[in-house]
Design a protein around this ligand. Structure first.
Ligand code: SF4
Length: 67
């Protein structure tokens, strides 16, 4: 199976962290954040994504306050 990195970068990845080598490589991205008890950038709305806090606790906090 071919890597969809270019498609992911164009239409799926919202990550604003500038120097990450995993950008657009979703399998590496989710594995990295999962190993740290986190979620990838695409789970967060833009203003929350830009904090670079990828914790599950922050994800829950963001979505609790959006209701
Ligand atoms: S979410 Fe994390 S691993 Fe994924 S591209 Fe952004 S900084 Fe890299």
């Amino acid at each position: 199976m071919e890597c969809k990195k270019e498609t992911n970068l164009k239409s799926r990845c919202n990550c604003s962290y500038p120097i990450c080598p995993r950008k657009g490589i979703c399998c590496d991205c989710i594995a990295y954040h999962r190993s740290h008890g986190e979620l990838p950038a695409c789970y967060f709305p833009p203003e929350a994504e830009r904090t670079y806090d990828r914790s599950i606790e922050y994800f829950i906090e963001v979505y609790k306050t959006k209701r």
